[in-house]
Structures are given as C-alpha cells and as structure tokens.
Ligand binder design. Sequence first.
Ligand code: MRU
Length: 365
Amino acid sequence: MSEKSILDYETVELDDNDNSVVIIDQTKLPGKTELIKLHTAQEIWDAIYLLKVRGAPAIGVAAAFGIYVLAKEIAGEIGGDGRFDRFYEEFHEQKDYLNSARPTAVNLSWALNRMEQVCLRVGKETSSIPAVLNALHDEAVEMKEEDIRVCRSIGEYGLSLLKPGDGILTHCNAGQLATCKYGTATAPIYLGHEKGYGFHVFADETRPLLQGARLTAYELQSAGIDVTLICDNMSAMVMKNGWVNAVFVGCDRVASNGDAANKIGTSVVATVAKHYGIPFYVCAPTSTIDLHTPTGREINIEQRPAEEVTQMWYKERMAPEGVKVFNPAFDVTDHDLITAIITEHGIARAPYKKSLADLCQKKWN
Ligand code: MRU
C-alpha cells in the first residue's frame, strides 16, 4: 500500500461525536504529521494564534467548526430546553473571543459573523436550542464544502492565464494546507498538473515562519510537482533569469480599491514582478474581499513576537539580546502592482473598485 501523502489529510475537520475540531498541527510540518483535537475556546484560540491552523480560508472554517463545538458546550451547560437569550449571550461572548485570535484575515470574522447570523435567525424563529445547534452544524459543514468548490473554481480561472511549461513563483502558503482542498494560489498549479502542464514552481521560503519552505514546498513536492525552494531575497534573480512567467499569491483581505494584504514580503515580490514585466495575480475567494475597507491603509496588520525573527528556527539565538525588532505578519500590495484578482466568480481587473463590487454582486444574486 502506498504511503499517505500530506494531501490525503483534511486540513480542518469536525469530530461531532467527540465535539472537537481536528486539525493538522502545521507548526510541526514537514517533519511530523500530527493531528490534534481542539475542544475548548482556549485551545481553538491558541491553535489559530500560534498558526497550528493558518491561511485565511482554513482559519475561517476552523472558527466555524470551533464556534459550533462551543455552542454545543454552552447548550450542555444551560440544558437543551434553556432560554435562547441566555444561550446567545454566551455564544456571542465566545464568538468575540475567537475573533480576537488574528486581526488581518477577514475570513475569521466573516465566518464567525455568518455563524452568528444563523444562530440569531433560527433562535428567533424557533426559540429551540437543539434547532439552533442543527443549523449551526449544517452551516459550518457547508462552509467547508463551499471552500472546496471556491478553490476549484479559482483554479480553473487561474489556469486559463497559464500555459504548459510555465514558471510560477508563489509566496507563503496559499495551498491546500491553507484551505480545505486545492488552495487558492496553488489551485491553478494542481489543476494544470492533473492535465500534464509541467509547471516549474518557485516557492519563496517566507520568513519568519517559513510557510513557503515548510508547507508550500512540502505539499507541491508531495503532489509530484516540480518545485524549487528559494530564499525571499532571490525572487529578483529568478525573475531576471526569465524563469518566471507569472506570480500567484493568496491574500488575507482585499480592500474595495483592490489593495491586498498578504504575508509579509508579498509587496516586494509584486514590485519586482512589475519591474520585470511579469504578471502578478492575487487569488481571492470573495469571502476575502472586504468592501467595507476602502483601501489597504485601513487594514489592521498583525504584529507578532520578536522571537519569531530572532531565534525561533535557529539552534541558538541569531540576533543580539535586546535588539529592536519589527515583525509585521502581513503587508499590503498596492492595487496598481496587481495584474488581476482571481475569484471564484471570475477575474477582476482594474479599476478594482468597480470590478470587485460587480463580482461580489454576482455572488449575492
Ligand atoms: O500567517 P499565515 O500563515 O496565516 O498567512 C497566510 C497567508 O498569508 C496566505 O497567503 C493567505 O492567508 C491566503 S491562504 C489561501
């Protein structure tokens, strides 16, 4: 029997019998594939904050399953025939807590708000806590299935922009490990691979947490895709050498003017790609488009602990004690550096204010 590949595992799963969210602990990859079960609000919050589960869409689905698990706990404490307003008060508190785990990826609040709306609608209609729990279960399961359909569709649109033999550069991990299947930036790569396109992929290692080295290189290699790992400061060289035909990245929040927040270093790649005339594509489920945020300036950028830069991956500390460290987790790529934004409903091009609003409208119709 062939060995199980990392792509055979579910990034996020619900164990309804055990009332837990099951995730791959991504901080242990690629060395060890360890599944962990999250039962409590603290465990779910920590898993998101510590990037055990990460990537905007996967965070959203983990939070949806998480709030369902917590809703069942609340129902257990107050009794299935308890009052809905008391149930909702605690539900809302837990929702706010999970929402505070990471600020930049809009998918976290998007998923939790969607769950809250279901809770309120069914609670008001029925006043029945069991009915609310059923509806929350179905909504969370649907969000996971939807994520798979969305990523596949992004893959199909993305593939239409590529040709066999292309060189593709990607930053961070917007792969299957960041979603429930296919990834966003990697979806065109996986779909092209199925068709024998023979892509050559360059994966930026993506300091400081190395999602490119630990996750992207790992999952693409596991799929049998030709992938070459480079340090973050090598993208200009591979582009100048003519080895890159297109850049595909994911994103954590797209403002209504097309500015896109993604893993720190993305805007450097976009600037270099523009210099060399290489198309730079941002892959974004419409759940990542935040029409309430006018420009990238209003996006809240997560700041992370200095240890991630100074010592986390080294045998010993690699910076002087007490040195000042700036460690933002994301940066914003200005819309004029982005060739197109690929969504599940089509490809948006400048002017983004109009094209993104039109695509989101398509989703709501
Ligand atoms: O800090 P992370 O690992 O959650 O950052 C992930 C990224 O920046 C991804 O590119 C983004 O979330 C899109 S995932 C499809």
